[in-house]
Design a protein around this ligand. Structure first.
Ligand SMILES: Nc1ncnc2c1ncn2[C@@H]1O[C@H](COP(=O)(O)OP(=O)(O)OP(=O)(O)O)[C@@H](O)[C@H]1O
Ligand SMILES: Nc1nc2c(c(=O)[nH]1)N=C(CO)CN2
Length: 176
C-alpha cells in the first residue's frame, strides 16, 4: 500500500449547487456530509443564493448556490473524490451537459495551488466569471483571492447580478 504523509491543513473553497428536488435540503445535506468527513473541517457556510441557471437547456429550474470554506488534510485529488462521492450520495442524475442536477460540488480553490489538469483544474476554470460562485464566496470571505485572477470582490464587481438573489430567509447551518 502506498503511504502518503499528511500535510496541512490547507484552506479550500467549495461551491455547491442544486436545481432539482429539495434544493435547500440538498445543500445542507452536502454541508453535513462534508463536515462528517475525516480530514475536512467546515469553517464557514455562506449565505444561500437563488440564481438563474447559466448555460444548459432552457427552462431549467433556478439553482440554489452556496460556498463553504474548509480546512482540509485531504490532497486536492482526495477532496475531489470526496466531493464526487457526496454528489453520488444525492443520486445526482447527470443526463445533459450543464443540465439540471440534485447536487454539484466544485472545488474553487485549494491553498494557492494552480493546476490545468482537466481532471482537476484549480482554480475552477469558470469561477472568475460566475456571480453565483463569487457572490456567496465574497460574503463568506470579503478578502478572498482567486489565484491568477485577483480579488474575488473585484471580479464580482465586473459581473451582472441579474438573476443572482441572496436569500437570508433560507439559512444554511454550520454543523456543530
Ligand atoms: N475544480 C474542479 N472541481 C470539480 N470538478 C472538476 C474540477 N476541475 C475539473 N473537474 C472535473 O470536471 C468533471 C465534470 O464535472 P461536472 O460534470 O460536475 O461539470 P459541471 O458541474 O456540469 O460543469 P462546471 O465544471 O462548469 O461546473 C469532474 O468529474 C471533475 O473530474
Ligand atoms: N445559476 C447556476 N447556473 C449553473 C450552475 C450553478 O451552480 N448555478 N452550475 C452549472 C454547472 O456546474 C451550470 N450553470
Amino acid at each position: 500500500m502506498r503511504m502518503q504523509a499528511l500535510s496541512g491543513p490547507h484552506r479550500a473553497v467549495l461551491a455547491l449547487g442544486s436545481n432539482l428536488g429539495n434544493r435547500r435540503d440538498n445543500l445542507q445535506g452536502a454541508i453535513d456530509a462534508l463536515a462528517d468527513t475525516p480530514g475536512i473541517r467546515v469553517n464557514v457556510v455562506s449565505p444561500l443564493y437563488v440564481t438563474e441557471a447559466v448555460g444548459g437547456p432552457e427552462d431549467q429550474p433556478e439553482y440554489f448556490n452556496a460556498v463553504v470554506l474548509v480546512d482540509t488534510f485531504l490532497s486536492p485529488e482526495m477532496l475531489l473524490e470526496r466531493a464526487n462521492a457526496v454528489e453520488e450520495a444525492f443520486q445526482r442524475v447527470r443526463t445533459e451537459h450543464w443540465g439540471p442536477r440534485t447536487l454539484d460540488v466544485d472545488i474553487i480553490v485549494y491553498a494557492d495551488k494552480v493546476s490545468d489538469d482537466p481532471h482537476l483544474t484549480i482554480p475552477h476554470p469558470r469561477a472568475h466569471e460566475r456571480a453565483f460562485v463569487l457572490a456567496p464566496w465574497v460574503d463568506a470571505d470579503p478578502a478572498a483571492e482567486l489565484p491568477g485572477h485577483g480579488r474575488a470582490a473585484d471580479l464580482l464587481a465586473k459581473l451582472s447580478m441579474a438573476g443572482v438573489v441572496r436569500r437570508d430567509d433560507l439559512e444554511l447551518r454550520l454543523p456543530e
